[in-house]
Design a protein around this ligand. Structure first.
Ligand SMILES: Nc1ncnc2c1ncn2[C@@H]1O[C@H](COP(=O)(O)OP(=O)(O)OP(=O)(O)O)[C@@H](O)[C@H]1O
Length: 357
């Protein structure tokens, strides 16, 4: 296994695109620590698959280096990099049995027969396909086939990392949860570096210790699920993580205060913001309190949605949409006001978080 370092990577899919400044990856400089469970999360087209293929060696980056520990592997193939991959659709041999499919990567590496048998038996148990071990893969369900793909990656002890590209796409919704939990369990047991691409925040947040959020060809934040929730470094992370996402309200900064409509909100320890930058205040709906008019910043409530044990209040603050999550049964007058929890306020300048002391 290895630490995977992406050293100032940029990628354009053709020299003409590079000349026009159209990069699928604009600049990525980051290390995946050995044994970590990472998710690459972002909307369609943000560059997740491009990044994954650069790590695996399916794609050579236009600029920058890929290093496994201190070794430069930029020009090496996936086989030479010793990377296992699980794709959206199962990649297995239909005419082989489940057991033969799992043994295949070990036979290729010329492991002793007895060791292959032991490892395959253990993996069959782990992926729950022991009873179907001698069935041809052809007749199995999509879930079972994808489990074989997973097993083929995990059965090898020599891989530097295992990469997953939206591996649960073909899995039935009720099986997704189970497979994801199994994957997490396998990660704990095998302590293998795992990098998991998804556009689904639930998948990312439940699988990964660290989530790498991508937007428009860039990594905008790497953090634990808590860090992404509490301190989104970019307004995109605020919108993308959470349901509903973070409220982002245009504001003016004046003498250590944010001014929204006629309200002034004190902000302690804010780093200086250059003149001319677009400034915004971010507050998650969980930290917006609905209070009687006169006790906070006035809003007009437009809609109240019941979602299980809580309610989502949709409102308008001087024409800007604002959401609040309130407990079930809380009084919500049509003309109300809001108060923001001071510890949960984030200020953004040109969409990037302004640090606070
Ligand atoms: N082979 C290619 N040739 C030219 N452009 C490409 C190619 N593959 C991807 N792109 C472009 O590169 C950008 C990043 O694509 P990529 O597939 O990495 O994104 P993604 O985040 O994985 O999206 P998705 O979730 O839809 O797979 C997109 O603008 C895409 O159109």
């Amino acid at each position: 296994m290895a630490r995977i370092r992406l050293d100032h990577i940029r990628h354009a899919y053709s020299p003409a695109l590079a000349r026009a400044g159209t990069f699928a990856l604009r600049e990525v400089d980051h290390a995946f620590e050995d044994g970590g469970a990472y998710a690459l999360l972002g909307p369609s087209g943000c560059g997740k698959t491009t990044l994954l293929n650069i790590i695996s060696g399916l794609l050579t980056p236009s600029e920058g280096k890929v290093r496994f520990d201190d070794r430069d592997v930029t020009m090496l193939t996936p086989e030479a990099r010793n990377i296992a991959q699980v794709f959206q659709f199962p990649v297995i041999y239909d005419t082989m049995t489940v057991r033969e499919n799992l043994a295949f990567p070990l036979k290729n590496r010329k492991l002793p027969k007895a060791e292959i048998q032991t490892r395959v038996a253990e993996m069959l148990r782990r992926i729950g396909l022991g009873e179907k071990a001698d069935r041809k893969a052809r007749g199995l369900t999509a879930d079972e086939k994808q489990k074989i793909s997973l097993g083929r990656g995990l059965v090898r002890s020599d891989v530097n990392a295992i990469l997953f590209d939206e591996p649960l796409t073909v899995i039935d919704p009720h099986m997704k949860w189970q497979l994801r939990s199994e994957l997490k369990q396998l990660h704990h047991e095998f302590a293998m570096t795992m990098i998991y691409v998804t556009h689904d925040q639930t998948e990312a947040l439940t699988f990964a210790d660290k989530v790498v959020v991508m937007y428009d060809g860039e990594v905008v934040q790497i953090g634990t699920p808590e860090e992404l929730f509490e301190r989104p470094r970019h307004t995109f992370v605020g919108y993308f993580i959470g349901s509903p996402g973070m409220n982002v309200l245009p504001c003016r900064l004046e003498a250590g205060e944010a001014v929204i409509a006629d309200a002034r909100i004190a902000l302690s320890g804010l780093a200086p913001v250059a003149a001319g930058q677009k400034t915004e205040l971010g507050i998650r709906p969980e930290f917006v309190e609905i209070v009687p008019i006169g006790d906070g910043i006035p809003v007009s409530v437009t809609k109240v949605e019941d979602v299980g044990s809580e309610r989502i209040v949709r409102a308008s603050l001087s024409g800007h949409p604002l959401s609040a999550i309130v407990p079930e049964g809380a009084a919500i007058p049509a003309d109300a006001a809001v108060r923001f929890a001071p510890h949960a306020l984030n200020v953004y300048a040109d969409s990037w978080l302004v640090e606070r002391a």
